[in-house]
Design a protein around this ligand. Structure first.
Ligand code: ATP
Ligand code: MG
Length: 738
């Protein structure tokens, strides 16, 4: 446990000033790795020690639950376990969903409302389109959902949306003129299902606080200090919530970096930060400029990249760490070779520097890019089989067998949950077909009620089915009712086990003797042990009564894959750059630096989106402490075919050449032969190093000179005169073995 003095000694002057200032709204703008998160952590410790604030009076909002747990851990280390544990800390979604459960009745929900995930939302939209007779190829559920989500993030409810000329016009142009009607139906179906989607968690929090002054005052008084990390990625509704909570007492501290704003596609605005000083006119601005994370050359490379963005708050970030080595650009002949070379570098550095697997990260633009790296690591000669962990992608909770069980759990907690109902009413098969379900659905729509209500009172709702079907529906209802009756008496673990057994899921999975069946059963086992762990953890946290299924579900529906916390594992991290925000690693590989991947195809048409992609690369580079690699491949297997005309990412040209060390597979370094030797300035002549032996395997490769003189040409002007891959295969250049 530390004293105030020892706490403050662990900060530099600027950081200390930011920590001790507690007189009003405060904005800390600073570059990557300059200690923003550290300032928040120490500020909370300081509030507890110096002002003796109670931990439950401090609200800290982070970007992931994992980040919140880490911060809590750090604070517990500084000021003691007891206080650390009672802090109100988590993502906007997790903190406010808890409040919504308490206040649900005010909003016309019951406290055990379900939280729909992305897949539930899409499935609901699909069902609505079907009912409205709209083609779901034109009205792609993901596109419609994105439009609804954006609307919610600007606090545009269905009525507002239907009255908003711009939105309507945009939808008309996209041949999706009925989107506003889908939105309306979507909201009403959610309500009938006693469910909220992810965006609703924010929208309803806003409505709750905005329309109920007494409730607003209660929470504004409870959260005496509000702190927000990664403020640059908050959106309009989040800011409105913050304002409602802090406008009386105005004790709010937000930290952020406009250079790292990478969620505009979800409605975050880069001018948030600027607006903060308009909204809170008395806000004090603090800047941190010293980067503690990375070597000088990495910081310089990242800064030089950002010079190419126009929309930004200019700032100098510097490092006092050692110079370190240049950022390595590695150009390989194929996507497979890219993966192989990255793995080899990991092994080499790990051996040389005696570091851990967990000191490495492979970062990519989209989840699909992880596959080649996974395959490579599993190869026996690489032998990194279980030494990596992929975050994101198809997460555990998205697997079919897990979703099936969760759907049962959800329906037991909230029988009105439509998506859960539809998923399991005929799983395992019990003879309730699509036609019956359609009838139930129609009936529910006409009578404005839930599916569960309809099958509970078929006569009252005039559900017209034959006797046999009616019995099947009644049996299903009785099955679920049995579990509902058990809900308050049994703890989550017992009930979940019972459900798997009595619903017939266990028997159904037992019939599948394939390898896939084995893996399904294993997944189910790990779900059960997950529930057991949760129950155990709640007990250790002091919960004396039963740990109920409701508690477990409330927790699990907010879990993202990034949250599952096994940071103690010694494994290489594979994740998207978006997910890597706020993290740091000794060595970072940023892979697939190619046009149409990074920047992504969708972004190249618009300057604004291109700048966001550039910021994304800035985020990626600044994750690295010591070594940073940018890799790209000349040929790549994409969309089911080999693309032999890959162009290097234009961003490679944005980084000042003097900070780069370019290595071309099978190519050459200095001596005027390498294109980079000529165009990337005299300092970057990395001599050909690591792949002598590889060259033998890929003999026909000729180096990169034929691809044009510099990356800019490749990605732009050269596009029409690209060589055909086979052309230079015919003229292999001699191998250089230095
Ligand atoms: P990002 O922009 O990536 O979120 P950040 O600004 O939040 O970065 P931190 O993660 O807080 O930066 O700090 C970066 C690293 O520098 C951390 O390892 C942190 O412990 C270290 N650090 C920051 N300030 C100091 C300091 N005054 N003394 C020692 N180490 C520091
Ligand atoms: Mg941070």
């Amino acid at each position: 446990m530390q004293t105030e003095q020892t706490l403050l000694e662990q900060l530099n002057d600027n950081q200390r000033q930011a920590v001790v200032y507690c007189d009003g709204p405060q904005l800390v703008i600073a570059g990557a790795g300059s200690g923003k998160t550290r300032v928040l952590t120490y500020k909370i410790a300081y509030l507890l020690v110096h002002y003796d604030l109670k931990p439950w009076n401090i609200l800290a909002l982070t970007f992931t639950n994992k980040a919140a747990n880490e911060m809590k851990g750090r604070i517990s280390g500084l000021v003691g376990d007891e206080r650390g544990r009672s802090l109100q800390m988590g993502t906007f979604h997790s903190i406010f969903s808890r409040i919504l459960r308490v206040e649900a009745a005010t909003l016309g929900f019951s406290s055990d409302f379900t939280i729909y995930d992305e897949a539930d939302s899409r499935s609901l939209i699909k069902s609505i389109c079907k009912q409205m007779g709209l083609d779901d190829k034109t009205y792609k559920p993901s596109t419609v959902h994105a439009a609804i989500s954006m609307a919610k993030n600007r606090l545009q409810m269905p009525d507002d949306y239907a009255a908003d000329g711009d939105s309507l016009e945009r939808d008309r142009r996209r041949n999706m003129a009925e989107t506003h009607k889908i939105y309306r139906a979507y909201q009403s179906r959610l309500r009938l299902a006693n469910a909220m989607d992810f965006d609703d968690l924010l929208v309803y929090t806003y409505l709750l606080l905005n329309q109920n002054e007494e409730i607003r005052r209660k929470y504004a008084a409870r959260f005496q200090y509000v702190l927000v990390d990664e403020y640059q990625d908050t959106n309009y509704v989040q800011q409105q919530i913050l304002w409602l909570l802090t406008r009386d007492v105005r004790r709010i501290c937000v930290v952020g970096d406009d250079y790292q704003s990478i969620y505009a596609f979800r409605g975050a605005k880069i001018d948030n930060i600027l607006n903060f000083q308009k909204v809170y006119a008395d806000a004090q601005l603090f800047k941190l400029e010293r980067n503690y994370r990375s070597t000088k050359l990495i910081v310089a490379a990242a800064n030089s990249l950002m010079k190419h963005n126009e929309r930004q708050i200019p700032k100098e970030v510097y490092s006092e760490n050692e110079n370190g080595e240049k950022v390595k650009v590695m150009e390989t002949i194929s996507d497979k070779r890219e993966a192989a070379i990255v793995c080899r570098e990991i092994k080499r550095i790990r051996q040389q520097e005696k570091c851990r697997w967990s000191d490495f990260a492979i970062l990519y633009r989209t989840n699909a890019q992880s596959r080649l790296f996974e395959e490579e690591m599993r190869k026996s000669e690489v032998a990194m089989g279980d030494k990596y962990r992929v975050y994101g992608g198809l997460s555990f909770y998205q697997r079919k067998e897990i979703k099936d069980v969760i759907a049962y759990l959800r329906l037991v907690v909230n029988p009105n949950d439509e998506e859960a109902f539809r998923r399991i009413v005929n799983y395992p098969a019990r003879g309730i077909g699509d036609t019956t379900l359609a009838k139930v659905l129609d009936c529910a729509q006409q009578q404005e009620t839930s599916l569960w209500e309809v099958i509970s009172n078929p006569v009252q709702y005039q559900l017209l089915v034959n006797k046999g079907t009616a019995t099947k529906l009644l049996n299903f209802r009785a099955l679920i009712d049995g579990f509902v009756a058990q809900r308050e008496e049994s703890d989550a673990l017992t009930l979940a086990r019972d459900i798997i057994e009595k619903s017939g899921i266990k028997a159904d999975l037992a019939t599948d003797r394939t390898a896939e069946g084995d893996s399904r059963r294993e997944n189910l086992d790990s779900l059960i042990s997950g529930i057991a762990d949760f129950v155990q953890a709640q007990r250790e946290d002091g919960q004396e009564e039963h740990v109920l299924l409701t508690d477990y579900l409330a927790n699990v529906s907010l879990m993202t894959d990034q949250d599952s916390d096994d940071s103690s594992d010694d494994k290489v991290t594979l994740m998207t750059i978006h997910a890597a925000k706020g993290l740091e690693f000794g060595t970072v590989f940023i892979v697939g630096l190619e046009e149409n991947i990074f920047p992504s195809q969708m972004s190249v048409g618009s300057m604004r989106e291109l700048e966001e992609e550039r910021r994304l690369l800035y985020v990626a580079i600044t994750r690295a402490e010591k070594h940073c690699y940018l890799t790209w491949a000349h040929t790549r297997w994409r969309f089911g075919k080999m693309d032999g005309f890959v162009n290097a990412s234009r961003f490679l040209n944005d980084i000042a050449p003097k900070y780069l060390d370019v290595q071309v597979e099978g190519g050459r370094g200095s001596g005027g032969h390498s294109s980079y030797g000529e165009t990337w300035g005299g300092n970057s002549h990395g001599s050909y190093r690591p792949w002598e032996d590889d060259y033998e395997i890929n003999k026909p490769y000729t180096g990169s000179r034929e691809w044009g003189n510099d990356y800019g040409r490749r990605s732009g002007r050269m596009q029409n005169s690209r060589p055909v891959a086979g052309q230079f295969m015919a003229d292999p250049k001699p191998k250089i073995t230095s």
